[in-house]
Design a protein around this ligand. Sequence first.
Ligand SMILES: *[C@@H]1O[C@H](CO)[C@@H](O)[C@H](O)[C@H]1NC(C)=O
Ligand SMILES: *[C@@H]1O[C@H](CO)[C@@H](O)[C@H](O)[C@H]1NC(C)=O
Length: 407
Amino acid sequence: MNMRIVTFNRKIIFAGLLACLVIAIIWTMYRPVKHGNIDHSRYTIYERFENRKTNLPKRFSAATNAQGIVATVLVIACNRPEVERCLDRLLRFRPSEKKFPIVVSQDCGHEETAKVIASYGDKVMYVRHPDVSDINVPGGADNLKGYYKLSRHYRWALSRVFDVLHQDTVIIVEDDLEIAPDFFEYFEATKTLLDKDPTVWCVSAWNDNGKTGRVRGNDLLYRTDFFPGLGWMLKKSLWEELAPKWPAAFWDDWMRHPEQRRDRACIRPEIPRVVTFGRIGVSRGQFFDEHLKYIKLNDEFYPFTEKNLTYLMKDVYDAAFINTVYKSPLVSFEYFHSGQVMPAPSVRVQYESEETFRSLANQLEIMNDFKAGVPRMAYRGVVSFMYKNLRVYLTPPRNWSGYEYPE
Ligand SMILES: *[C@@H]1O[C@H](CO)[C@@H](O)[C@H](O)[C@H]1NC(C)=O
Ligand SMILES: *[C@@H]1O[C@H](CO)[C@@H](O)[C@H](O)[C@H]1NC(C)=O
């Protein structure tokens, strides 16, 4: 009996030693690999960041260590404590910290705003633009100073996230934007398009014509030749292309120029996934009361990631879009008030020049301006919207051969 127990114990001890040996061997094999590997640099992405004062949250660096980042959200803040409204909704609707780390970049050195941002602690990474010096605007046009500072801040902040934090995909959100419940869902689903289609250079959450009555269907997405900005996603490759020539001011109009855009399109939704709540802003003040406050924010979640969005790739989209548009019966503006009903799901109204576009746009209650030759929200000259509960395409003639760029 005793002998048996002793033998049994020996066996256990032997098995235990063997297990320890195996574990030790595995450990020594894997340890150097782990240290010499890219994993290590991922760990220190945020630790390398110069601004040591921002007490780097462990959770944040752990998040960036993982492979699962979809995009880093870059919030551009200045002197608006209402950035709270923006951040609250970002945090409320964010599906996971791991997929969408948030960086808040503050310019302007405004203390009250700084306190608000700091109060979020380790939920966001807070960085401050070190250069808040005054800018001498060429020609002494001091009323334009805000545009110069904004452009300088954008350059700095984008360089932080791409060049210093080594992020691959970034969603830019300004401090006066409020996001829709499916904001993250939308960007997560469309990221593939940005990755795979070289003719797509951005994904935007905005539609300039996104007012109640002008839109229908939160599932609808489009390509647009117009750069919408306002809650938009870009990749590092685009930043590397634009950074060396980044302009001193008016960066968004600059992006719309043919030399920057180079015939590339953005993806945009029918119903906006952001709205601006700010009346005070560099450029939006005059524009807010008459236009921006009527823009509709999508309120019903749409599961984009479960859908097949391949139809937005240029090689699939163009032929189908042009076909849908030009097979719609051609009507004049009078049609909408004639009581006539076309047996078609959509109609087409035609413009021949910038002048006729403006006049029809005014009648149909959509934005009437062009930037760098492109009507707002147009794709191949076509603007899609709702009017009198009907899908309307405002189109150039069928033989349209491209935008006419002004000098
Ligand atoms: C997705 O859509 C594309 C084009 O619209 C189609 O060719 C493809 O077969 C679809 N994929 C799936 C999995 O349904
Ligand atoms: C398009 O067709 C119209 C006539 O239908 C013609 O006047 C115009 O010059 C054509 N434009 C182009 C770019 O071919």
